[in-house]
Design a protein around this ligand. Sequence first.
Ligand code: TXA
Ligand code: MG
Length: 328
Amino acid sequence: MWISSEQLDRAAQLLQSKAVVAFPTETVYGLGADATSSQAIRGIYQAKGRPSDNPLIVHIAQRSQLMELTTHVPPKAQQLMDQFWPGPLTIILNVKRQAVAPEVTAGLSTIAIRMPDHPIALNLIAQAGRPIAAPSANTSGKPSPTTAQHVMDDLDGKIAAIVDGGETGVGLESTVIDLTSDVPTILRPGGVSAEAIMSCIGPVEVTSGDKQSSAPKSPGMKYRHYSPDQPVWIVETDWSDVVAKLLKKGEKIGILASDDVLSQFQTEAVATYSLGAQSDVTQASQLLYSGLRALDKTEATIILVQAHPKTGLGVAYMNRLEKASSQC
Ligand code: TXA
Ligand code: MG
């Protein structure tokens, strides 16, 4: 069922009755369910086809909900929340026993919490009157959804409803930071940059999120993610060489890049999707998943995507792009 943003009470009632409801946040669409109900949470894992050892982020609408979820809020967590909440920052703290269904944390002693910066998300969570667990609302392994239509493309018939809030703003998922270790550790780069976090709380560690690692700190980082079906190649500067070589091999090329790059390959590419103006990584991040999904539906046999420097939001952009391009 499609639900407009004026009918949030219907969506809230569905959440209260343990149904799974997709809703917009400022990063990507989330697939929400009552975090206190095992039955509801199992519905999320089932709809997404998500491995059950990959824990979920719990979304809250008010700071007062924090104390229901965790035993201790360290000073650095407080500082980060003051500066970045509501916003694209997920904070990992020690979980309060029996605060949420065990399936939410996948058996860990910690819990990921975030307050999204989106009026529909905040109102929906407040009206539901309980913490809402929500992973990205895609089929596991697909790019995260940035429109309601993306959610329906993946999950139509598998979920109770979707609240349509138009396109999401950031376009990439939240930054995940673990504050339970001695030195705060960024487990997933995202909408808030490491530079911004460090200027707020001082030094942090950054994990590689290496899939090969036997005991990843953020369980989600070991799975193949964000991938369309066609192979994805990242291109830095040598566009003409890459395009020429692929054409020679008989490939049909799809290009996801800024307007200036696209204009050079109008005849060589079978499909193109614009990431906006040159060197605008904010716009490129907002459009990346949409572009991967769009080009995956074309006759292209390979998708070329423009690289960005790994600073600020560029770290998250390149992290997702590298995951989309790794063939494993
Ligand atoms: O922007 C976002 O964060 C979106 C929107 C919907 O809020 N949500 C999202 O959720 O990206 P998901 O499930 O796709 O990613 C959650 C990430 C996974 O990598 C998961 O392993 C990690 O957070 N995570 C969750 N709980 C954790 C915990 N207790 N310790 C370490 N990592 C955790
Ligand atoms: Mg996800």
